[in-house]
Design a protein around this ligand. Structure first.
Ligand code: 3UK
Length: 516
């Protein structure tokens, strides 16, 4: 499928609404908080659309969604796109400073936020004059805020879609880098049916009888693609889980209750499930026919242990927010555990050296991707955009080599970023926190593999001459990290060293710490 196969004027509400003719009363969405048929989903989308229009939200305006995975997340997303506005699905694990940047950079007009996250934005929301209305899923805390249920309850159940061009933008995602602010990535209406067809249908073979469930959240492109766009595109259903995917018992109970056929996971979740004694005897996972993994490399031993425990083969795949979804994948029947598989039809891959020349087979190079779902630029970041979007080719920042059978193997990144549980970690953020402790002279953080082969933060700390490396000091540093950092960013190991490796010009060489 090519973008040009779509009608020139196309709106992604089609992905939901095409189901009305064939299966209006089929359950479209399952969750512990309630289920929804396709008819009910369309009706709620239309109500939210009207309510947004009453707030004078127009074509191109940005509306944020900051919420655990719930039906309101989904209907808000389609409603925003349906009226021609831009949906910003926000990571629920950021800090106030990051939300501050994102609200400013996106010129957010309306924020739809779950009550559990009101506290996180309380201190920053008043700094944004563009933010005109906060809608609360649950109980509103301020008089000027409105509760989602009240806000939509008297709105009409039908709504005309904005005739958006297939190249108009409908979503914005922020992705973090090692230095500098998060990068805003806009995707167009056309990108959604493209990935649904190329990845959902052509690669995974998802069909109407499937039911997807994702431990990766809807704010994460991997999650919304595989657990909302793909299933609804083919008339299948999705299962939402509002809890944290770290609570794997909740994840497993959700599988038992709603019997999905496809599980969309990340390596840390597979590994955490495997660490539960007798998990495959305690929980019934027999509904599953396919397990996907992405976000970070899936270690071969985790793949093997999952196969031994469940009989199921996990398909490791890699994509990125810039391309919206998967471009390399292991496929059913041809899996090489530990590798990221082979290129998808519809995408081209190149591995190049520092001069942009193709490397030969077996040699490690920078991974470049070409495909029609790739974004065009980073919002408000001209330099960074020029570095990353090279004509038709996207420079992903990953290093890869290809084996003689054509399988691609991840060989780390060109920058110092790493992923824990599929979520970005910038060493600099952790270093900033550690540096606030009076005993720390300087420090550096890297991603190091644990016993299961999964990458976790490790800190190397140099103390000033007045302090000694004691157990007490270590406890203080860890306490500081617990107070200041999201769980996945907390160092699992802290090592005290005398000096950090640096270049002659004084630039810290984090990569050298991997050999310490
Ligand atoms: C890393 C992997 C090794 C890699 C994503 C599937 O993760 C997604 O998007 P992000 O923008 O991050 C992209 C970066 O994450 N990565 C992802 N998967 C793997 N590294 N093996 C893997 N299997 O550095 C990549 O550049 O958050 C994943 C589908 C859609 C996505 N957006």
């Amino acid at each position: 499928m090519k973008a040009a196969d779509l009608p020139q004027y196309y709106n992604i509400c089609q992905i939901l609404e095409h189901n009305l003719a064939a299966r209006a009363d089929k359950t479209a969405l399952y969750s512990a908080e309630g289920c929804m048929t396709f008819r009910q989903a369309v009706a709620q989308v239309n109500q939210v659309g009207h309510a947004l229009k009453k707030l004078d939200v127009r074509f191109g305006d940005c509306v944020g969604i900051l919420s655990p995975d719930r039906a309101e997340w989904v209907t808000a997303f389609f409603a925003i796109a349906k009226i021609g506005a831009t949906a910003l699905g926000m990571n629920t694990l950021l800090n106030g400073e990051e939300y501050n940047y994102i609200l400013r950079d996106s010129r957010l007009r309306v924020l739809i936020v779950h009550q559990s996250l009101l506290g996180t934005i309380a201190s920053i929301r008043d700094q944004h004059s563009t933010l005109e209305q906060v809608i609360v899923i649950g109980q509103a805390a301020r008089a000027e805020d409105r509760s989602f249920a009240d806000w939509i309850k008297n709105e009409p159940l039908t709504l005309q879609a904005e005739p958006t061009h297939r190249d108009d933008f409908c979503s914005l995602h922020y992705s973090s880098g090692t230095t500098g602010p998060p990068k805003g990535i806009l995707h167009a209406h056309k990108d959604y049916p493209l990935i649904a067809q190329l990845v959902g249908v052509d690669l995974f073979g998802i069909n109407e009888s499937d039911r997807t469930f994702s431990a990766a959240k809807l704010f994460f492109v991997y999650g919304i693609g595989a657990n909302l766009i793909f299933p609804w595109y083919v008339g299948a259903s999705c299962v939402l889980y509002a809890g944290s995917s770290r609570q794997v018992a909740g994840v497993l109970q959700t599988i038992e209750s709603f019997e999905p056929t496809i599980f969309v996971g990340v390596p840390t979740v597979y590994s955490a499930i495997l660490a539960l004694p007798e998990f495959h005897q305690r929980y019934d996972l027999s509904s599953l026919r396919m397990c996907l993994s992405a976000g970070e490399a899936l270690p071969a031993p985790v793949w093997q242990a999952w196969k031994d425990g469940t009989g199921l083969e996990i398909l490791d795949t890699i994509g990125c927010t810039e391309s919206y979804h998967t471009f390399l994948a292991n496929r059913p029947g041809t899996i090489r555990p530990g590798s990221s598989g082979k290129p998808l039809a519809g995408y081209e891959i190149r591995l190049v050296d520092d001069d942009g020349l193709d490397v030969s087979q077996g040699e490690t190079g920078h991974l470049m991707v070409k495909g029609e779902s790739v974004a065009l630029f980073y919002l408000h970041q001209y330099e960074k955009s020029r570095e990353t979007f090279r004509g038709e080719w996207l420079l992903t920042g990953d290093r890869y080599y290809v084996d003689e059978d054509g399988f691609y193997w991840h060989a780390g990144r060109g920058d110092d970023m790493f992923k824990v549980g599929g979520l970005w970690v910038s060493p600099i953020e952790i270093e900033h926190v550690l540096n606030t402790h009076e005993a720390v002279l300087e420090c550096a953080v890297i991603g190091q593999r644990d016993h299961a082969g999964l990458v976790k933060p490790k800190a190397f700390v140099c103390l000033d001459h007045e302090h000694r490396a004691t157990g007490e000091l270590l406890a203080e540093l860890l306490k500081l990290c617990v107070a200041k950092l999201a769980i996945h960013k907390r160092p699992r190991w802290v090592e005290f060293i005398d000096t950090l490796p640096r270049t002659a010009t004084g630039k810290m060489q984090r990569f050298k710490l991997h050999d310490y």
